[in-house]
Design a protein around this ligand. Structure first.
Ligand code: EPZ
Length: 422
C-alpha cells in the first residue's frame, strides 16, 4: 500500500488548477453509459480511483469506456447485463447509481446491496422508496436488490430522510424519471452543485428537467436519450480543501477554476476564521495575513456547510486560537480523523455528534492512518502545517477523490512524496 511522507512547515504559494468534480462525474458517466443510446464524450473528468472503479462496473454491464487525458468516451450500445455484483459494489458505494438508470432503460436491475462504510451505516431506503413510487417492484434477496418494472410512471416523490435530503437518492430517482411516462416531481431534492451538474448533463442528452439547482425538480419523461458532449463542473470540495491548505500553512494560493457560487458556506466560515478570499473571474486567491480566530460549524445539506469539508476545517481549527465546536448532522460516524489529529498534538474531544476543538499552537509530525477520503486528506493538510515529518498510510482512500494530490501540492512548495507499495 502506498503512503505519503510529508515534511511540514513550508507555506504553500502559487497556482493550483481545480479538477473536475468527483461527485458529479460518477452519476454523469453512469447516465451516459446506461441511459444514452449513442456515444457520450465527457471532458474535465478527474483521474481518480473511483472513476476507474466505476468504469469497471460499467464495462461489466456491457458498455465500452475509454479514458485518456481527462476525456472519457462512453459507448452504451452493447449494454447487455443488468447485474452489478457484490465484488464491484463493495469497492464503491456509488455503484448504486446504476439501479435507477438500468430500471428505466431495460426494466430490470440486480445490484448488490451496499454495506456501511467508515463514516456510518448509509442506508438506501430513499433510493428504493423513490423507485417504487415510480412503479418499480423491489425485493431484497441474498444481499441483492432485485428490481423490475415495465415503463416507469411519473409521480410526486418526497425524498427527505431523517438526516435530510439525499444526494444519491435524488440522482438515482432523477435519472430513472427521465425515461418515465409523464412528469415526476421530486420534493426536498438535494441541490448540491454536482446534482445540478448531473441534471444539466441529462438535459444535454435530451431530458427535460426543470428546477435545476433547487429543492423541487420537475422531470418530464421522454422516450429516449442520446449521448452528449459535456464538461464536468469543477470540484467544490477540492477547491475548498486547497483553501484550507493555504490557511493551515499560512500560504498564498490562487485556485484556478474554483466557482464562488459553489463554495459559499465554506468561504463564509474561512472568512470568519480570518482567511482572506479574493475572487476573480477565473478563480480565487487565498491569503492569510490576518490573525485567526475560532468559530462554530454545523454541517448541513447544500447550501449549508458540507459534511465533505468537516474534517479539513477541523484540521484548520485545531491550530486556530480559541475553542471551536463542529457538529456533524449528515453522517453518523464521521469523526475518525479526530484520534489521528490528536496523535499529532491536536486537542479535540468528541461528544456524540459534536467535536470541541481547543486550538493548539502547532501540530507535530507523526505516523498516522487515513480511514476514509476526507479523514485522510486532513492528515495531509495537518502534515503540511506540522513541525517535522508525518507519514500518512492507507492513502488509497485519498486517491479515490483527489487527483494528482502530491503533484499539485509539490508544485506550490509542499514537501510531500509518495512511497509506493510500502
Ligand atoms: C453523497 O453520498 C456523496 N457521495 C458523499 O461524499 C457526501 O458526503 C454525501 O452525498 C452528503 O453530501 C457521492 O456523491 C458519491 P446522501 P450519498 O444520500 O449520496 C442518509 C465524499 O467524501 N440517507 O446524501 O451516499 C445517509 O445515511 C463522499 O466525497 C438515508 O437515510 O449521501 C446520510 O446520513 C462521502 N437514506 C444522509 O442521508 C437513504 O436512502 C445523506 O446521505 C440515503 C441516505
Amino acid at each position: 500500500m502506498d503512503k505519503f511522507i510529508i515534511t511540514g512547515g513550508a507555506p504553500l504559494q502559487g497556482v493550483i488548477d481545480i479538477s473536475g468534480s468527483k461527485n458529479a462525474t460518477l452519476p454523469i458517466i453512469v447516465a451516459a453509459a446506461i441511459l444514452g443510446q449513442t456515444q457520450s464524450i465527457i471532458t474535465n473528468v478527474p483521474n481518480l480511483a473511483d472513476v476507474r472503479t466505476l468504469q469497471v462496473v460499467l464495462r461489466h454491464l456491457g458498455s465500452t469506456t475509454n479514458f485518456q487525458n481527462g476525456i472519457l468516451t462512453i459507448d452504451p450500445i452493447d449494454l447487455s447485463s443488468y447485474e452489478a455484483p457484490y465484488d464491484l459494489v463493495r469497492r464503491m458505494r456509488a455503484s448504486i447509481y446504476v439501479l435507477g438508470p438500468l430500471l428505466a432503460r431495460i426494466g430490470r436491475a440486480k445490484v448488490s446491496f451496499p454495506g456501511g462504510c467508515a463514516i456510518g451505516p448509509r442506508p438506501i431506503d430513499l433510493h428504493l422508496e423513490g423507485l417504487e413510487a415510480l412503479g418499480a417492484d423491489v425485493e431484497i434477496e441474498g444481499g441483492y436488490i432485485n428490481a423490475q418494472s415495465n415503463r416507469l410512471r411519473g409521480t410526486e416523490i418526497y425524498l427527505r430522510g431523517v438526516f435530510g435530503p439525499s444526494v444519491g437518492a435524488t440522482a438515482n430517482v432523477m435519472m430513472a424519471a427521465t425515461l418515465a411516462k409523464g412528469t415526476t416531481t421530486i420534493q426536498a431534492a438535494a441541490c448540491e452543485p454536482h446534482i445540478a451538474d448531473l441534471a444539466y448533463f441529462l438535459n444535454r442528452m435530451g431530458a427535460n428537467i426543470e428546477g435545476i439547482g433547487t429543492t423541487e425538480l420537475k422531470i418530464h419523461g421522454v422516450a429516449s436519450l442520446n449521448g452528449a458532449h459535456y464538461s464536468v463542473v469543477s470540484d467544490d470540495i477540492e477547491a475548498s480543501t486547497f483553501m484550507v491548505a493555504a490557511a493551515m500553512t499560512r500560504g498564498d494560493l490562487f485556485l484556478r477554476g474554483a466557482v464562488e457560487d459553489h463554495v459559499h458556506a465554506a468561504a463564509k466560515k474561512l472568512r470568519e476564521i480570518g482567511v482572506t478570499l479574493l475572487w476573480q473571474d477565473d478563480g480565487v486567491r487565498v491569503t492569510t495575513n490576518q490573525p485567526f480566530g475560532s468559530t462554530d460549524i454545523r454541517t448541513d445539506a447544500y447550501p449549508g456547510f458540507p459534511t465533505d469539508m468537516q474534517a479539513q476545517i477541523m484540521g484548520l481549527l485545531s491550530i486556530t486560537p480559541g475553542i471551536s465546536v463542529i457538529t456533524e448532522t449528515i453522517h453518523q460516524d464521521r469523526f475518525m480523523h479526530v484520534a489521528e489529529l490528536n496523535r499529532m498534538g491536536a486537542n479535540i474531544r468528541v461528544d456524540g455528534n459534536s467535536a470541541m476543538i481547543h486550538g493548539v499552537e502547532r501540530l507535530s509530525g507523526a505516523p498516522v492512518m487515513a480511514s476514509d477520503l476526507r479523514a485522510g486528506v486532513v492528515l495531509v493538510l495537518a502534515g503540511l502545517a506540522a513541525e517535522g515529518e508525518t507519514t500518512v498510510s492507507r492513502i488509497y482512500h485519498i486517491d479515490r477523490g483527489y487527483e494528482y494530490l502530491e503533484d499539485k501540492l509539490s508544485a506550490v512548495g509542499a514537501e510531500i512524496r509518495r512511497i509506493e507499495n510500502d
